[in-house]
Design a protein around this ligand. Sequence first.
Ligand code: UD1
Ligand code: MG
Length: 454
Amino acid sequence: MGARTCLAIVLAAGEGTRMLSSRPKVLHALAGQTLLAHVLAALRAAGGTQTAVVVGPDHAAVAAEAQAQWPQAQVHVQRERRGTADAVLAARAAIERGADDILVIFGDTPLIRPQTLQKLRAALADGAAVAVIGFRPADPTGYGRLLTEGAGLLGIVEHADANERQRAIKLCNGGLMAFDGRTAQAILDKIGCDNRKHEFYLTDAVSIARGMKLRTVALEVTEDEVSGINTKAQLAQAEATMQQRLRQAALEAGATLVAPDTVHLAADTRLGKDVTVEPYVVFGPGVVVEDGATIRSFSHLSGAHVGKGAIVGPFARLRPGARLEQDVHVGNFVEIKEALIEAGAKANHLSYIGDARVGAGANVGAGTITCNYDGEAKHRTDIGAGAFIGSNSALVAPVTIGDGAYVGSGSVITGDVPPGALALGRARQFVKEGWASRLRGLKSLGKKAARASD
Ligand code: UD1
Ligand code: MG
């Protein structure tokens, strides 16, 4: 590809009304990130150097997501939906700035692979002025048909405008296209709206380019790459396809997934070598699991970092900001949020650790809770290295437990505990010798008296 520059124009002006949602279509999530983020990631991986996102009016949220994913993204507004070519021309300013390759891609096609975009770019580098993606859908209804002659591509006819013979063509237009930057503007400016829908069809670019004696080519891909998402059912189908791909990639990178079909990954999940993921684990966005760690069944992780050799779960919940260092053990029904758990520390049962540090080798007993929220603000708990927190303790933040300190079981700790100290914050136990026996004796006397009076 050399140093060819590449402008990507992402069409995201769709209303997505068939999603029956108040959220714009391209902001729906797939594997933990938006459809738009997937498309932008594929463009970046394919060597895109600039991107222009075309949004509908009142789509500030789409513009914000585009810029969150790609800070230099230009956002252009298409005021009225007048067709795909009109949408591309909404980004005219970007086209005029010039690029060697111009890719046009739909924001609702998140399964497109970077390799496919690279092949389109390679076709341009080989001298094509327009390159399109062809595929053979199970049901071609609604798609544009590719008109070919031998290996050559003559044009595209939209379903609505096609005759019976053309509708019998199985090879359809996948939608995304690539243009040589030197001729793109001239081609786009010639597109009219003399068709059934009175729309400016981007697909007319092919016959126009042919008329200008320019080369046009079609590349064929499988249906899953170009299927657009219009409904919640299609979103679920795309999720299934994406999960298959992510699981395959995780296995190929050396992770052990005991039952891959039951593990839900995010697009950015990073699993190291010799990581074992037991059945039924969910990864939300932003999770890194380092080499040799084990994630046991029914755990839910998001925004968490799991260090080497750590063991998480079963039934653990790691929320954003949970950072587990090497060999940490987090067991069942333990929730961790915004907390650093240093090397070798353990919290094995029924705990909430939030806004905290747990020092190296510390032991957090069953049922320990960091009381981090006072109803107004969050406060921090700091537990020193080697400290021992007895079961069922409440650590009322802000509070510091010194290195090597002990907290007696059942304590409510409201003040700092110095290193090496013992803190007890509970009612002192008292014992009444013989009390229970006397009670039982009184009861049996009462029963005898009742029987005697019958
Ligand atoms: C388009 C293609 C068709 C192809 C199909 C593949 C054209 C004319 N037709 O048809 O050949 O088989 O995709 O899925 O290109 N958009 C805008 N503004 C507009 C119109 C569309 O931003 O004015 C965006 C939509 O949000 C969507 C994309 O462009 O992301 C495609 O538009 P859509 O109406 O779905 O085109 P199709 O009729 O599916
Ligand atoms: Mg469509």
